[in-house]
Design a protein around this ligand. Structure first.
Ligand code: ARG
Length: 587
């Protein structure tokens, strides 16, 4: 559905055209001064500049053309040449009544849907996910939901870090500890055991130990290199053991994803493109794009106008091994072949910016990306109160799973303090605490501009007042319970008749959702949407405080206000859903 601003834009553009001016200048947007008007047009200033004319005079001419439009209640020229427009309550009412049965809260689908791959999460074998992974998961999930909502074909890919030297380090470390396992016997004919010789907890200990040992001892590093090469060449015992590492690690991250409620379409990994690397490199060499440099094969990616020097993209190290950048390049080849996407988004921390810049340039230079735009969607860090990346008291990383558990516990406490969900069954209280805890951490993350860092502060995130996830949930639950009560008393929502300011402000804000979603998608910025959600919650709160909806005497008014409440709830369901936040049934 079109918004009021869009409908007005159509009219005002025609007025500009009728004056011989660029119709594109007739854009109508919500007013910066809602105390003066509902909408404003700034185009007269630009038109005046182009025509070397007086902006006020141009604005007056436009206003004259708009006069008599029955939808418009107030029309004036303000300041240097702004056109202020306010609509009649009848027009606003007519418009929002069209939204009453729309489950999409007025948000249209795209005319031309695209195929989008969202690469996020990025867990690694043998490493438990920690607080540092939270942002990629929360932002990536919101983005996949946003693009899907407007009708794009979206494929989310977890892109597991399951290849490379770390694998050899793990294999050799396990061999040292349990040398008699069949995986290490080159003469073993199989089958290999079904059961993994190590658990996720074991891997978490083994990996740092192996990595430290390789740093300290070049011989040990060489051993790990050799094992990596043999694994990649297909040595059966190593492959079988590596499969066990993968299975154990997958189960671990699956637990975290489930806890967060995040879904992936593809569970591909770096290893999946291993077979693509050699032909890709050969092709790059053949086309003269990859050249030899100090024994390695590199693609030069500098571009005129570069402010800083970017080293070349290494597609093959001097020992023949592939690097992180090689796998990422081959992954583009794989993705183009599998899905021919229009866009690939990489939701990965800002420190990897240069890595992606190199990979993207390499891909474009070699035309490996098909029709896909490649974009790094970077983000800042989650910090502790000391302003440094969030850690436990002992200085270790905070596991994502523990973080979620803490959020649940804190929310349970907060519910008690607020006297919410008090006499509910224990299981329901815990379920609500889970929903509130997740809302708290997700909203606190998404409300920031992606690239800024923020301080992890559960006590603040779980508050029911202020700009928090729980506050939004609380407003939504309040509407649910009001609508339920209304139903019990036999009151039905009916035709909306805008009567007063609180109500008018609220529905005008609701009408801005399509624009908020557009902007969030365009800027890859979920915070635009979370800002909108917060504004709606505040406007609803004012509306709710201003009216006794159920106890009022006027039946038509009550039906109208119930319908407004239902619109708000539908919008919350859409918006919070896109942010990955659930609405509890009651609280
Ligand atoms: N596993 C990587 C890491 O831990 C993140 C992967 C991000 N995605 C990608 N296509 N490189 O740093």
């Amino acid at each position: 559905m079109t918004t009021l601003a869009q409908e007005l834009t159509e009219t005002v553009s025609k007025a500009f055209a009728a004056e011989g001016l660029d119709p594109a200048l007739g854009v109508v947007r919500p007013s910066d001064r809602p105390d003066l008007a509902q909408f404003q047009v700034n185009g007269a200033m630009a038109a005046a500049k182009a025509a070397k004319a007086n902006p006020k005079a141009i604005a007056e001419k436009i206003v004259t053309r708009l006069k008599g439009d029955p939808r418009i209640a107030k029309l004036e020229v303000a300041g240097p040449g702004f056109i202020n427009i306010s609509l009649t309550d009848a027009e606003i009412s007519k418009h929002v009544n069209k939204l009453r049965d729309d489950e999409r809260a007025g948000v249209p689908k795209r005319d031309k849907p695209q195929t989008v791959i969202v690469d996020f999460g990025g867990p690694n074998i043998a490493k438990t996910m920690h607080a540092g992974h939270l942002r990629s998961l929360v932002i990536g999930d919101a983005l996949q939901k946003l693009f899907r909502f407007v009708g794009d074909t979206v494929i989310s890919d977890v892109h597991f870090g399951d290849w490379g030297l770390q694998m050899g380090q793990l294999i050799t470390e396990v061999e040292r500890e349990q040398p008699n396992l069949p995986y290490f016997d080159p003469n073993f004919k199989g089958p290999y055991p079904n059961q993994s010789p190590v658990t996720m907890e074991d891997l978490e200990v083994i990996y740092p130990r192996a990595s430290a040992a390789c740093k300290a001892d070049p011989a040990r590093l060489e051993e790990a290199r050799k094992a990596t090469a043999e694994l990649q060449a297909g040595r059966p015992g190593y492959r079988a053991l590596w499969e066990q590492f993968r299975a154990v690690s997958f189960a671990g991250v699956r637990r975290e994803f489930n806890a967060l409620g995040v879904h992936f379409d593809w569970w591909k990994g770096e290893s999946d493109v291993d077979k693509l690397v050699a032909p890709m490199v050969a092709d790059l060499v053949k086309r003269g794009l990859a050249v030899e440099s100090e024994g390695a094969l590199v693609v030069r990616i500098e571009e005129p106008g570069d402010k800083k020097e970017l080293p070349p993209l290494i597609v093959q190290k001097s020992d023949g091994a592939a690097l992180y950048e090689t796998t990422d390049l081959a992954t583009i080849v794989d993705r183009v072949k599998a899905a021919d996407p229009d866009l690939i988004l990489y939701v990965v921390g800002q420190p990897q910016h240069d890595h992606f810049e190199k990979v993207f340039r390499g891909a474009r230079k070699a035309r490996l990306n098909g029709k896909a735009s490649l974009e790094h969607i970077g983000f800042g860090t989650v910090n502790g109160p000391d302003g440094k990346p969030f850690r436990t008291r002992a200085g270790g990383t905070v596991k994502l799973f523990d973080l979620i558990e803490q959020a649940k516990a804190e929310s349970l406490k907060r519910l008690s303090e607020q006297g919410l969900a008090q006499d509910y069954p224990q299981a329901e209280r815990e379920e609500i605490a889970r929903q509130v805890g997740l809302a708290a951490i997700k909203y606190a993350d998404l409300k920031n501009q992606r690239l800024t860092n923020y301080v992890f502060d559960l006590a603040r995130f779980t508050q029911f007042e202020g700009e928090t996830g729980p506050y939004l949930q609380y407003q939504a639950v309040r509407i649910q319970s009001l609508l339920k009560k209304a139903e019990e008393q036999g009151f039905k929502p009916g035709s909306i008749q805008i009567e007063d300011a609180a109500e008018r402000d609220l529905v005008l804000l609701l009408d801005r959702l399509p624009d908020a979603i557009d902007q969030a998608i365009l800027k890859r910025a979920p915070n635009v949407l979370s800002d909108h959600a917060f504004s709606v919650a505040q406007a609803f709160s004012r509306f709710y405080a201003a009216h006794h909806i159920l106890s009022g005497q006027n039946e038509a008014l009550r039906a109208s206000r119930l319908a407004v409440c239902r619109l708000v709830l539908t919008q919350f369901a859409v918006v919070l859903g896109l942010l990955g936040i659930e609405i509890p049934e009651r609280m």
